[in-house]
Design a protein around this ligand. Sequence first.
Ligand code: TUI
Length: 308
Amino acid sequence: MKTRVTELLGVKYPIIQGGMAWVAEHHLAAAVSEAGGFGLIGAASAPADIVREEIRKAKELTNNPFGVNIMLLNPNAEDIANLVVEENIPAITTGAGTPEKFMAMWKDAGIKVIPVVASVAMAKRMERCGADAVVVEGMEAGGHIGSQTTMTLVPQIADAVNIPVIAAGGIGDGRGFAAAWMLGAEAVQMGTRFVVADESIVHDNYKERIIKAKDIDSVVTGQSTGHPIRILRNQMSKEYLQKEKEGASFEELEYMTLGALRKAVIEGDVTRGSVMAGQIAGLIDRKQSCREIIEEVMNEAEKLLHIF
Ligand code: TUI
């Protein structure tokens, strides 16, 4: 079951886990890697010391390779960039910006660099500055998103670059994997499907909200502030969108979402908290182990594609 991505990452299956803020901690990352996928610790807005602890705990749970996702809006991004070198992390993904200033340091350290991109221009720029692959993320994804769909972006970027493409956004089963493969991807990244995994530490209210979600249950907040975020509809999203329509200030809107993701993921407040999830939430209907998820997706995809 080899693709350029399984070779690059040294994994059995071409499935990587999204680097989700608060969600992608050591239990989930280690479980995905133990099951033959590529797990990621999401550094999100955490300080480097916390991320270091997460990395060390994941190393205790698995000998398989796992990575770190660096969210570039994080004020601590530079510390995390240095940390992944110190901790011998084999591969990193980056989100919400361009990692160019860290590229030389990571390449010197032999780290594989996989930026998440949401446009053809950004994919080309990342290839030029030495990226080993790109995660092409469509706006079906949860959390911070671009404006183009996975269906349209993946083939355009697969044509525009020579490095491998990993498709993300809207992929939650073997059919999604097979579709991404047909569009030119050599691996997929899944987030929402792993949020409900048994090994995910996310509050049960959050998992149940995803399982109950219907096709039309996600909305995009922050279009007006330039920080579009896909979340599942609730009291908070309703008030936020209303305030946005009324032309509320950037500060007022940001204040409403401050700490809201933690509130939902850790405290289980799915009414006032920010329940980030992708559009594929409507398809996700049960909790399984990471191994069951990965094996089910791969079996289904193999049957459809007859490739491996
Ligand atoms: O980063 C994500 N998803 C995220 S990060 C996040 S944490 C957060 N919380 C509150 C506010 C803001 C962030 C939650 N979800 N996905 C990867 C991703 N990267 N999607 C889109 C992009 C992207 C966008 C623009 C990558 C590069 C880019 O370049 C713009 C430029 O020109 O710098």
